[in-house]
Design a protein around this ligand. Structure first.
Ligand SMILES: *Cc1c(COP(=O)(O)O)cnc(C)c1O
Length: 440
């Protein structure tokens, strides 16, 4: 298992633009973030060194489930009749069932080291909340989770898992915060969104000096922690004698995509390797393919710093697709800059095609994918089919970001032919963006 995380900003030709203060619109300093994050994570957020050591206590907990396996999907390849090789890195084999544990553990650890007693956070589908629940309990920190209401209702098992790990879970929007009450006043039946849940969690954190906030995606330090995935995959690929022509990840805020791709992208930036990188997002929440690159808030109420990102607008309420972890209006600053500079590609897909790919995968590889991960599988199938049409053989790597054991009712809907497809049009995106007023 690698001993360091990889910070890609050290190798980027154009560094990501700085976050701005929501009031002054000036670049923020570390002290502006100190109310909600521990200093060590703030330092990682702006770090310029290429590699950052993984602390020993984090490493030893990682070792209970890492290295995660890299599999060659031989049975899937046979079923497709493809000439290509398909590999996947499986991040669902830990206590949280997803890659989120890779950042939950260091985030809880750094908070513990700085004397934090309670953490607030949001969760969409529940994977991040589960990941934080166990990590916080391990390090003796209380956890309060605002869970997007539609997921809270769709996935009671996730809530109970968080309770089992000793966390308190509240459906969002809630009446506990002014951000939540404002949403409920306008729409008492609001299904919630990650943006709203973030506002609630941040609001609670800034009111108490012993409470800090944690985010499961988007931010630079989260992306940094996830690079353990790609670092391991590179070492594992060394043993196979293969090297990927294309690396694929599903895309919510960008953390698992960045995690698997950045170490390989370094080989492209520094050593001229010719690998392609494809992010796959839902057609109903297409920030990368239809959003605009601009400064926007990370949350709905506009309490977070302004980040330079591809966005649908912080007020955008994504359709209730089953891949709850992909229902986020924006994208991380680093990934956004890399997309803008043409180092990575993005595509959008409808959920039925992705469930079809997930079922094909489950029947051949024996792992039930998280609905989020099914977007990466569908992306990998596209690559294999295209290579076959072109008469070539490619080596394809995708990240299987999590398992779908808590999402079985979404599979039921797919089998009943009861999964609507939804695509956001360019006009709807422009409509959504016209409501946000950020004078930059
Ligand atoms: C949270 C989550 C995602 C989406 O988040 P990213 O930050 O884009 O990785 C994808 N897959 C699973 C299983 C998740 O839990």
């Amino acid at each position: 298992m690698p001993r360091q995380w990889y910070n890609i900003t050290a190798d980027m030709p154009n560094k990501p633009l700085p976050p701005l203060h929501p009031g002054t619109k000036q670049p923020i300093g570390p002290e502006d973030l100190a109310a909600i994050f521990p200093m060590e994570l703030i330092k990682q957020e702006v770090a310029s060194e290429r590699y950052i050591d993984i602390p020993e206590e984090v490493r030893s907990l990682y070792l209970s489930f890492r290295p995660s396996p890299l599999f060659r999907a031989v049975n899937l390849e046979k079923a497709l009749g493809t000439k290509s090789k398909i590999y996947y890195k499986y991040e669902g084999g830990n206590y949280s069932g997803s890659h989120k544990a890779n950042t939950a553990i260091p985030q809880a650890y750094y908070n513990k080291m700085e004397g934090v007693r309670r953490i607030t956070t949001e969760t969409g589908a529940g994977q991040w909340g589960s990941a934080m629940s166990y990590a916080c309990h391990h390090f003796g920190i209380e956890l309060l989770v605002f869970m997007v209401k539609v997921s809270y209702n769709q996935k009671p098992g996730r809530k109970l898992l968080m309770n089992t790990y000793n966390a308190k879970v509240i459906p969002s929007p809630s009446t506990m915060t002014s951000a939540g009450r404002a949403v409920l006043e306008k729409d008492p039946d609001s299904p919630g969104s990650l943006g709203i849940a973030i506002s609630e969690a941040v609001e609670v954190a800034i009111q108490d000096p012993y409470t800090k906030y944690a985010l499961g995606s988007v931010l630079n330090h989260v992306v940094l922690h996830q690079t353990i995935i790609g670092q391991e995959a590179m070492l594992q690929f060394d043993k196979t004698g293969d090297y990927p022509d294309v690396v694929i990840g599903c895309f919510g805020g960008g953390s698992n995509f960045a995690g698997i791709t950045f170490p390989f992208l370094r080989e492209k930036l520094v050593n001229g390797k010719n690998t392609r990188f494809v992010a796959v997002e839902p057609s109903s929440c297409p920030k990368l393919t239809k959003g605009k690159f601009m400064y926007d808030f990370g949350d709905s109420a506009g309490m977070t710093p302004l980040l330079p990102m591809y966005t649908l607008g912080h007020n955008y309420m994504p359709d209730k697709i089953h891949a709850g972890g992909l229902r986020y209006h924006g994208a991380g600053a680093i990934v956004s800059q890399l997309l803008k500079d043409g180092f990575i590609e993005a595509k959008a897909k409808m959920q039925r095609e992705c469930f079809e790919a997930a079922v094909l995968f489950a029947r051949n590889e024996g792992i039930l994918p998280a609905p989020e991960s099914s977007y990466a599988i569908a992306g990998a199938l596209d690559e294999a089919r295209r290579a076959d049409l072109e008469g070539v053989s490619k080596t394809i790597l995708f990240n299987l970001s999590g398992h779908g054991h808590f999402d079985i009712s979404a599979y039921e809907k797919y089998f009943e032919n009861n999964l609507p497809d939804h695509e956001l049009t360019k006009a709807e995106v422009e409509e959504a963006l016209s409501h946000i007023d950020i004078p930059i």
